[in-house]
Design a binder for this molecule. Structure first.
Ligand code: ADP
Ligand code: MG
Length: 352
């Protein structure tokens, strides 16, 4: 009789809840890198140094010079749904990368996490959590800022560990995360290095200035991240419509690519992979590119945070516009104007 097998309803413990959440927030080493860099940026860091070993599988370390975490707050930073970034009253009024309070507890549930931090005027401290088990806070030597070290990612969830791709694929994904965040923060210096030997993944994006003209800084960063050729073939984009602002650089059609690798799109400073925006970009270049070619562009949309919901997915790479037509129309018209003004003919008039 089936009634005999009726299961009992139980409340899961925190460690289990965090492991489940981690499945959504931390898909792979690159997602951990993303969360940790975003935390450093939210903490006002001017310099962020990322290192990893074995494709991030055995070690990810992010060092920042941000405002740090007070010793007393360290256990809270590792608790689920604990955040210093919102008060919960207005989930659409978000000005930081983080707000869900999920990244650190998730990482601590699936790996071995050590956070060492110091706020100005106080002593440094560290906390450790592994597989969801938290150790007490201890004093630690650190000059300032925060060091987050994540070892043995997914050791506590062997199923996830099995699904990880090759170190090479993970190194590629980590590099992509660093590039996309660094592009949006041209006043912040970033380094990335592989401490397990291979020098392939090494990146250095120095901020020449910490303030000044945003377009100059952006152009400098564009050159560092996507290369001199893109920077030299880039049209400056600056447009506005109905309270939505668009800025950035779009490459001349002659600098198109065979894939969409050089499409960096942002909404309110957050890197997004959004079908609507990618579609608008494609639409803008439609008459200027032959089939199979993809435009290269770095575009920043800025609007009142109430007009866009970033809380669609735990990784926050998807957004939902209240009025998608405005964003789309703005991108298409601004880019088409820039391309037409640049004197480039539509590809349909060019042989081949
Ligand atoms: P969220 O970023 O959504 O708030 P996290 O779990 O990523 O959640 O971080 C929890 C809290 O820990 C943050 O709200 C912040 O107060 C603190 N924190 C995390 N990383 C840093 C850092 N690098 N520097 C300063 N504070 C940090
Ligand atoms: Mg965070």
């Amino acid at each position: 009789h089936i009634g005999d097998k009726r299961p009992v309803i139980r409340q899961l413990d925190d460690a289990a809840i965090n492991r489940i959440a981690a499945g959504e927030v931390v898909e792979r080493p690159a997602s951990a890198v993303k969360e940790l860099i975003e935390n450093a940026l939210d903490a006002g860091a001017r310099r962020i140094d990322v290192s990893y070993a074995d494709g991030g599988k055995t070690l990810i370390r992010v060092v920042d010079d941000g405002y740090g975490i007070a010793a007393d707050d360290l256990p809270l930073a590792l608790s689920r749904h604990a955040t210093s970034k919102i008060d919960g009253s207005d989930l659409l009024n978000i000005h930081t990368f983080g707000f869900r309070g999920e990244a650190l507890p998730s990482l601590g549930a699936v790996g071995r996490l050590t956070i060492t931090s110091r706020v100005v005027g106080e002593a440094g401290a560290m906390i450790r959590v592994a597989g969801g088990k938290m150790e007490p806070v201890k004093p630690a030597a650190i000059n300032g800022g925060t060091v987050v070290e994540l070892r043995d990612l997914f050791y506590a969830t062997p199923a996830r560990l099995k699904f990880l791709r090759t170190d090479r694929a993970e190194v590629q994904a980590i590099g992509d995360v660093v590039k996309r965040l660094a592009m949006a923060e041209p006043f912040v210096s970033f380094t990335l290095r592989d401490v397990s030997g291979g020098g392939e993944g090494r990146l250095t994006f120095r901020a020449d200035a910490q303030t000044g003209d945003l377009f100059d800084a952006l152009h400098g960063r564009l050159r560092q991240v996507l290369g001199a050729e893109f920077a030299e073939n880039a049209l400056k984009i600056e447009a506005e419509r109905e309270g939505v602002a668009l800025t950035g650089y779009a490459a001349l059609p002659t600098f198109s690519r065979g894939s969409a690798v050089m499409q960096y799109l942002y909404v309110n400073g957050r890197p997004v992979r959004d079908k609507l925006l990618v579609g608008a970009l494609r639409g803008a270049y439609f008459d200027f590119l032959s089939r199979g070619r993809h435009p290269a562009a770095v575009l920043f949309l800025e609007c009142d945070p109430h007009r866009v919901d970033v809380n669609v997915h735990p990784a926050k790479s998807e957004v939902r516009f209240r009025d998608p037509g405005t964003a789309r129309g703005l991108i298409v018209s601004a880019l088409r104007h820039a391309l037409a003004d640049s004197g480039h003919r539509a590809s349909t008039t060019v042989a081949g």
